[in-house]
Design a protein. Structure first.
Lengths: 201, 189
């Protein structure tokens, strides 16, 4: 009698399991037997939201299964709930959907293979940008002359005849007596116009 | 007026290293783009890459519209299967319906043709079948589990499964006579 009661319990459990999985394939055949604790109540609901938030809704544009109002996402949420209640863990559930949809279904691509680029490329770009800025700041600017090299207002060409011509032009254009700037005249009132003066003022 | 140009003429030889660097960077970018283009030139844009191609088809046990006993994937082994996910609200599904009907009628003895109803109701499917004909059964997938297991992301999607139960192709557009024949060749060897 006791054995019979045990058999009834086992059959009921099997039937409940089958009902939970619904018609079709047993996820255990895809990702192995459940590895986590069976969840229920508020803990189950919280975990459903968490895991569904990691899955991309296949029929939506950039929405997670947790956020999408589509029938497909609703079906997937119900299935995630069944899987968590049956004791499948987070990794098993993601692997189950990845089998069908590929890595596309994961909203957070795992750190492996070419996926490293997704995480490292922005960092590499940032470093490259910093290097370019540093290089640009350090590079000598050949086009811009040093202020000290610029000729002063009294600079004159070395050729005396040309220097005399320049002084005449300054006299006419600016009204400077003898073409000498007021600043220079004040500094050395008796100084004659020296063709070389002022080049390094 | 008397200012003379700074005596540091930028000779081509002095600028060459910078230009070469820019040129190299440009070449790398262009070469990468060209490589991507060349690698994908031969690919049919209508082919959807599915991780399930080359792998065993997910198992299912689904009740056909108007029936009671479920059709199981295990029961289909030994003959190739054309599994078509569709819905009555899907216009492209209606477009390919005639191709599926004709091919199923012609090859019904060699190949199992099955529809799987995606996000739709039995009554509408019955009305559709009465109006447009049904030479093969359509299975109900009320919780969408078969669609999810096969990685369906819209309808129509058709899976070509060989006699050993391995998915050989997935076609995600309305089938015509040509694409049907091309995909059937992959499972009728």
């Amino acid at each position: 009698m006791k054995r019979m009661a045990g058999a009834v319990v086992v059959m009921a459990a099997l039937a409940a399991g089958a009902a939970a999985q619904g018609p079709g394939e047993d996820p255990a055949q895809v990702v192995g037997p459940p590895r986590g604790p069976r969840l229920e109540g508020a803990a189950l609901d919280a975990r459903v939201k968490e895991v569904a938030g990691l899955l991309r809704c296949p029929v939506c544009q950039g929405l997670s299964v947790a956020d999408s109002p589509s029938t497909m996402a609703s079906n997937m949420r119900a299935q995630v709930k069944e899987l968590l209640a049956a004791g499948y863990d987070h990794d098993q559930i993601l692997a189950y959907y990845e089998r069908s949809y590929g890595e596309f279904v994961r909203l957070k691509p795992p750190l492996r293979g070419v996926n490293w680029l997704v995480w490292l490329a922005p960092l590499a770009g940032l470093l490259l940008g910093a290097a370019v800025i540093a290089w640009a700041l350090r590079a000598p600017r050949a086009a811009v002359a040093d202020v000290a090299d610029l000729p002063g207002p009294d600079a004159l060409p070395a050729d005396p005849s040309l220097a005399r011509y320049v002084l005449r032009v300054r006299e006419r254009a600016y009204g400077w007596p003898d073409g000498i700037s007021p600043a220079r005249a004040a500094a050395s009132p008796t100084a004659p116009a020296d063709p070389a003066a002022g080049n390094r003022a | 007026l008397a200012a003379t140009a700074p005596s540091s003429p930028a000779t081509p030889a002095a600028r060459a290293p910078v230009n070469r660097r820019v040129l190299l960077l440009g070449l790398v970018v262009v070469a990468s783009l060209l490589a991507v283009l060349l690698l994908n030139l031969g690919r049919d844009p209508h082919t959807i890459r599915s991780p399930l191609v080359g792998r065993p088809a997910p198992a299912f046990a689904l009740v056909p519209v108007g029936g009671s006993a479920p059709v199981t994937s295990d029961g289909l082994r030994g003959r190739p299967v054309v599994l078509n996910f569709w819905a009555t609200w899907c216009a492209p599904c209606l477009e390919e319906h005639e191709t599926l009907q004709r091919t199923a009628s012609a090859l019904g003895r060699d190949v199992h043709f099955l529809g799987v109803v995606y996000e739709d109701e039995a009554d509408r499917v019955k009305a559709f079948q009465q109006r447009y004909g049904a030479s093969y059964p359509s299975l109900l997938d009320p919780e969408g589990k078969a669609a999810i297991a096969y990685g369906v992301a819209g309808v129509p999607e058709t899976y070509f499964i060989d006699a050993a139960g391995v998915i050989q192709a997935k076609y995600g557009y309305p089938l015509n006579a040509e694409t049907m024949a091309e995909n059937l060749r992959k499972i009728r060897r």
